[in-house]
Design a protein around this ligand. Sequence first.
Ligand code: FES
Ligand code: FES
Length: 166
Amino acid sequence: MSEDVEVRLTVNGDGYRVRVEPRKTLVDALREDCNLTGTHIGCEHGVCGACTVLVDDRAVRSCLMFAYQAEGTSIRTIEGLADADGTLHPVQAAFREAHGLQCGFCTPGFVMSIVALLDENGAPTPQEVREGLSGNLCRCTGYQTILEAVDIAAATLRATSLEATR
Ligand code: FES
Ligand code: FES
């Protein structure tokens, strides 16, 4: 059995010092050691996207990354999206408006992927959205409303950034 290692993680701006087995995945460390259970585990081998988080602003499947590999990075999870007063992030608000979830299991992963997608490209084409989300699976097959949520969120984020430049 391997020796535990100490890992320092920065998640949603907060520092965590955890002792984990070297083989422990980031998603397990987030859920079990940081008590951040909003990130879900589906397939555990990089297929479903349920475990998507942002690592240095890039969407990453946290079941494919060891916790120790995330040391020194800035991690963002679904828990870090809403404002402190509870105001939803525009992508979360768009999911609510478009009814972009059914059971909700895939939702944190989709939301994090969309945040990264719209951060990179504020006006994606329908094809770019489909490609950007091709690594996220919804077993309830609610894809149409998820695509509508992306459109709503993109429009909100564009309006917000326009407002900020005035
Ligand atoms: S749980 Fe990580 S991709 Fe499915
Ligand atoms: S809403 Fe149920 S898995 Fe996507």
